[in-house]
Design a protein around this ligand. Structure first.
Ligand SMILES: NC(=O)c1ccc[n+]([C@@H]2O[C@H](COP(=O)([O-])OP(=O)(O)OC[C@H]3O[C@@H](n4cnc5c(N)ncnc54)[C@H](O)[C@@H]3O)[C@@H](O)[C@H]2O)c1
Length: 246
């Protein structure tokens, strides 16, 4: 199948980064299913794209049955699956470990990590059937460095990085490539979940002295979702304005 008839799922498709990636993939010729907990926002984001190229789908990516239902809706509409962007996420509790409530900590792990397992697991069979697959996970530099007072988020994103390495190797001899992106601060609504102090501390660590844009994430994601990404699997791609040094 030519690249222009491929089908992508973008989880967190109503969010800042997900929306930008969905728009970029659509411009590259893919048909896109925007999955989000906020179904109305997902449908609005899909409606902003040219007719017939995108759908908004309600999905709670922490829930196995919801993921299965959203996949059915996507396959019923577009007939195949080639690309999965795991973009749904939340910063979770911004508090010292000693003050973190278990349920809030666990929810952050579920939204950021369990979701990647559930969606990736569901995507493998249709990708193998299609003879092409690209899974792109949104990790974070927090998963490499550990942001203070963001233990759940940092641990979940470290889990996403390790999950990517494992699954990328596991599928290395198939046509499915699995990689992840580790952004530093990107200008999206997610930043409203951070305290001003935590945000200022993160921004201060960026040598380029600015946050990244969602379009800059979309540029890298589009390459990772394409045929051109042919010799990378299980890799973590930094997008940090110079902050990441390893
Ligand atoms: N913005 C940043 O600075 C930054 C930096 C590093 C990594 N990231 C990661 O990039 C990804 C996208 O972030 P963003 O900045 O676009 O955030 P955002 O808050 O703008 O969007 C996140 C989206 O995920 C959706 N979502 C949350 N829980 C969900 C669930 N259970 N099921 C389905 N959808 C759910 C939300 O409704 C929202 O639309 C996240 O994984 C985030 O951790 C962001």
């Amino acid at each position: 199948m030519s690249a222009t008839r491929r089908v992508a799922i973008v989880t967190g498709g109503a969010g800042g980064i997900g929306r930008a990636i969905a728009a970029r993939l659509q411009r590259d010729g893919l048909r896109v299913a925007l999955w989000d907990l906020d179904a109305r926002a997902a449908r609005e984001a899909a409606a902003a794209l040219p007719d017939g190229t995108a759908i908004g789908v309600h999905a709670d990516v922490t829930d196995e049955a919801s993921v299965a239902a959203a996949l059915r809706t996507t396959l019923d509409r577009f007939g195949a699956l080639h690309v999965l962007i795991n973009g749904a996420g939340t910063t979770g509790p911004i508090a010292p470990v000693a003050e973190c409530a278990l349920d809030v900590w666990q929810r952050c792990i579920d939204v950021n990590l369990r979701s990647v397992f559930l969606c990736s697991r569901a995507a493998v069979a249709p990708m193998l059937a299609a003879g092409f697959g690209r899974i792109v996970n949104l990790a974070s530099i927090a998963g490499k460095e550990g942001n203070p007072s963001m233990s759940a988020y940092s641990a979940a994103k470290a889990g996403v990085i390790a999950f990517t390495k494992s699954m990328g190797k596991e599928l290395a001899l198939t046509p499915v490539r699995v990689n992840c992106i580790a952004p530093a601060v990107i200008e999206t609504p997610l930043l409203q979940q951070m305290t001003p102090d935590a945000l200022a501390a993160s921004l201060a660590k960026i040598p380029m002295q600015r946050p990244g844009t969602a379009d800059e994430v979309a540029n890298l994601a589009a390459w990772l979702a394409s045929d051109e990404c042919s010799f990378s699997c299980g890799a973590t791609f930094d997008l940090s304005g110079g902050r990441a040094t390893y």
